[in-house]
Design a protein around this ligand. Structure first.
Ligand code: HEM
Length: 399
């Protein structure tokens, strides 16, 4: 059986999964890896098997469990206090109840209602880019502020807090952040959210946090610290993910001018292009970890209760059994059966919002700055291989 001794593996090319992924998927689709703390875990790499793991209740998402496979030493994924389980770490029967309570804020209809405001935010940021010096750092000027502003408004947090949010969430997801700094970032967010929620309690406003206070009170289950945990999860999940997708996809479009020309000529192609970018980069690859709680046979191997499993969504998204020429970027591919948003009960809650933000950014950015170009060679770009979420630290562009 294949064992990969170092995990997580770096992406040696920013446009492709770590080289070992293709090998294990073809030769040993349920292989073993050694985690940073020295413990072994299973890795599942075929599309079908990844979906099975993520959709089967015999695999638990309880990230606080001592046997849960941790990719980052000493890390709580969201920074929420350990005793406060967040959506991402819950199992049935608690998980569907908690998810249902917040789902209303992320439906397609609700998200579409935000479209005019998101468009306004994107236009304002691009105005600022055009008014500023060349080259500009697109990460700083566009990729981070757009999702940051959107999530602040959604939660009902003042925009003045967005730099603080950005800094803390960046510290939380960097693998290189020392454990004590990561804990401090979690505590700072937790304190801030707790105060913000406390202010809303007397007369809960019509924003996500205010609506949650009312709803949970009606259900008799309101606890401030639990709501702060949800707030942190949404802040962190809403920041770095979409931001990195904006930066990476911009690079990919600039490297594929004919595909860029295609969405510029016909913006109805942009939604399919967004799906392809999500598949092509799969930025949140091994975050889809689980703990087996009942023996299960997968891909001919027996996984026992108590063993950790990593569902490698990036390997699945390049599985030639499902995607023709999987290593090619092809925005005409269509189809949403990629697993970049995960699969099953924990599938990304913010996916409608993320899709909309990405569509608006691409349509607006390349329309308003048609001569946009990288200001440095692709080889010189600082890709973020030191974080739980793949992305770019900086993206110098000119026009
Ligand atoms: C391109 C952007 C994004 C990507 C690639 C992404 C990816 C993912 C993935 C892979 C999961 C599943 C984790 C698992 O199964 O363990 C997930 C869950 C989640 N995402 Fe996203 N996400 C994105 C944007 C967002 C945004 C904008 C928000 C919120 C505003 C968000 C909120 C969440 C939440 C709350 C969960 C946990 C859901 C649950 O456990 O029921 N995500 N995301």
């Amino acid at each position: 059986m294949t064992t990969i001794d170092e995990f997580p593996q770096a992406r040696t090319c920013p446009f492709a999964p770590p080289p070992a992924y293709a090998r294990i998927r073809e030769e040993d689709p349920v292989a073993q890896v050694r985690l940073p703390d020295g413990r072994p875990a299973w890795v599942v790499s075929r599309h079908e098997d990844v979906r099975t793991v993520l959709n089967d209740r015999r695999f638990s998402a309880d990230r606080g469990h001592p046997s849960f496979p941790q990719l980052v030493l000493g890390a709580a994924v969201t920074g929420a206090p350990d005793e406060e389980p967040v959506l991402l770490s819950m199992d049935a029967p608690e998980h569907p109840v908690a998810r249902r309570a917040v789902l209303g804020d992320f439906t397609l209809r609700r998200t579409e209602g935000l479209r005019p405001r998101v468009q306004e935010i994107v236009d304002e940021r691009i105005d600022a880019v055009l008014a500023g010096p060349r080259p500009a750092d697109l990460v700083e000027e566009l990729s981070l502020p757009v999702p940051s502003l959107v999530i602040c408004e959604l939660l009902g947090a003042p925009y003045s807090a967005h730099t603080f949010f950005q800094e803390q969430s960046t510290a939380l997801i960097a693998r290189t952040t020392p454990p004590e700094e990561r804990a401090a970032a979690g505590a700072a967010l937790s304190g801030y959210l707790g105060d913000l929620i406390a202010e809303k309690e007397a007369d809960p406003p019509d924003d996500l946090l205010g609506r949650q206070i009312r709803l949970l009170r009606d259900q008799g289950s309101y606890r401030r610290s639990a709501l702060a945990g949800l707030g942190i999860l949404l802040l962190v999940a809403g920041h770095e993910t979409t931001a990195n997708m904006i930066s990476l996809s911009t690079v990919a479009f600039l490297r594929a001018p004919e595909q860029l020309a295609s969405i510029r000529a016909d913006p109805t192609r942009t939604p399919a292009a967004v799906e392809e970018m999500l598949r092509y980069f799969t930025i949140l690859d091994a975050a889809t970890a689980r703990l087996c709680v009942e023996d299960v046979e997968i891909g001919g191997r027996l996984i026992r209760a108590g063993e950790g499993v990593l569902a490698l969504t990036y390997a699945a998204n390049r599985d030639p059994r499902v995607f023709d020429d999987p290593d090619e970027l092809d925005i005409e591919r269509g189809g949403r059966h990629h697993v970049a948003f995960g699969f099953g009960p924990h599938q990304c809650l913010g996916q409608n919002l993320a899709r909309m933000e990405l569509q608006i950014v691409f349509d607006t950015l390349f329309r308003r700055i048609p001569t946009l170009a990288l200001a440095v060679d692709v080889d010189e770009l600082p890709f973020k291989d030191d974080a739980t979420i793949f992305g770019l630290h900086r993206l110098p562009v000119t026009w």
